[in-house]
Design a protein around this ligand. Structure first.
Ligand code: CA
Length: 412
């Protein structure tokens, strides 16, 4: 979680920092007295809000003792990601041979508790282990930032203060209720424990499965697996079903059909010539599915995805993320790697992505913000542009499409 917690800056805050740099470089090393006072005053407001929620003052005294904003967290929040990972880079970094092997061992080692959780929530063990592997590398990487200070920093300044203030208050409540230790650490953006839940998710979905009185996503794997399963179940997980499968598209297939919003039954896809990899025919059936090209038409496999894929997207809105979890889960139970390797097409840089949006806007295809984030609106604009220019309409922000736009623009 939390990969959308970047970008931008609070202009006022930035200007203040800029002034301080001019006055004295020494001040920038730590908190200036003025800044420190502003933070103290702000923290007092949080304390009052926490007290009003019934959080004990003793807890607040403990966790706020000597607390200061963390410069490193502010920097991380401001960073614009320069390069994005393309499909294969992303997948190969997450579904590694070592992670597959380790996951298979854990499936065996924790079979008993996994089966018990699975029976309660209807989510298969290999998905729970796959989520665990992708989120924290099976608990190896849970983050080392002091959580209260990190969330206080992001709630105090940055581009999503309201969101992080809510997270901070939820964290304080979880600490006060004894679920989380005062000195717990996590990711710089506040993701916690083996499942990297944000405090709000933790409060809503975490489960005390071993019934020791604490929802503990650091030291109880029973709680960890049950919390993941509970989250998926509440998001609409279909018991015992898979997430999707790799398919082959026939020659001349209309890529505009590769869209998560378009749902057809297996029988309908079969009629359109969609086949299983290895040339098998798709089964007949009323199961609804969508086609998705996570790496565009040339950069990865074609996937037919079901309801449980949408559930994984509830956990994290990234298609690459959902494919990685689903694929790792499959690999843990012996499924082969994807068979359509495709080329390793590099993802557009931020600058290229923004240029693509600008050019699409010039030609009247795009009306959204030029932020370099290829969301639904951008992909929709690309797709319509591709269709009108007789390009494969995969809606993928590729260099090929950008270059086509550049040439077209230079011709006028
Ligand atoms: Ca527990």
């Amino acid at each position: 979680m939390g990969n959308h917690l970047r970008n931008n800056r609070n202009d006022k805050k930035f200007f203040l920092s800029f002034l301080l740099v001019l006055i004295s470089p020494l001040l920038f090393a730590g908190q200036s007295p003025a800044e420190s006072q502003i933070f103290e005053k702000w923290l007092e407001g949080v304390r009052l809000e926490a007290l009003a929620r019934g959080i004990q003052s003793g807890t607040l005294n403990d966790v706020f003792a000597g607390i200061e904003p963390l410069n490193e967290v502010t920097e991380l929040d401001r960073q614009q990601p320069e390069f994005r990972q393309a499909f294969w880079e992303y997948l190969n970094a997450r579904v590694t041979p070592a992670r597959i092997e380790q996951g298979r061992a854990y499936l065996k080692e924790y079979r008993k508790i996994l089966n018990k959780v699975s029976k309660t929530y209807g989510v298969q063990p290999h998905f729970l282990v796959a989520l665990w592997g992708i989120e924290s590398d099976y608990g190896a990487i849970k983050g080392s930032y002091p959580l209260v200070a990190a969330l206080a920093t992001l709630a105090f300044e940055g581009r999503r203060t309201a969101f992080f203030r809510r997270q901070l208050l939820d964290l304080l409540q979880l600490i006060d209720e004894g679920h989380i230790r005062n000195d717990a650490t996590g990711s710089w953006a506040g993701a916690m424990g083996h499942t990297q839940f944000m405090p709000e998710t933790y409060r809503k979905h975490a489960i005390d499965f071993d019934k020791d009185g604490r929802k503990d996503l650091w030291y109880s794997l029973a709680d960890v697996f049950a919390s993941s399963a509970n989250y998926l179940a509440l998001s609409g997980w279909e018991k015992g079903k898979g997430w999707g499968r790799e398919v082959l598209l026939p020659e001349g297939f209309d890529y505009a059909l590769c869209d998560l919003r378009i749902k057809k039954t297996l029988s309908e896809w079969r009629k359109l010539g969609v086949q299983k990899v290895g040339n098998g025919r798709l089964p007949q059936g009323k199961t609804e599915a969508s086609l998705v090209l996570p790496g565009g038409a040339d950069g990865g496999p074609a996937l037919l995805v079901y309801q449980n894929f949408h559930v994984l997207l509830e956990w994290n809105r990234s298609i690459l993320y959902a494919v990685s979890v689903g694929h790792l889960a499959d690999r843990l139970t012996g499924a082969p790697a994807f068979r359509q390797p495709g080329k390793n097409i590099a993802a557009l840089t931020l600058a290229e992505s923004m240029e693509l949006q600008r050019l699409l806007a010039c030609w009247g295809y795009y009306k959204g913000e030029v932020d370099g984030i290829a969301g639904t609106k951008t992909r929709e604009a690309i797709r319509i542009f591709q269709q009108e220019n007789l390009l494969p309409a995969d809606g993928y922000p590729s260099l090929r499409t950008l270059e086509y736009l550049r040439v077209k623009t230079n011709q006028i």
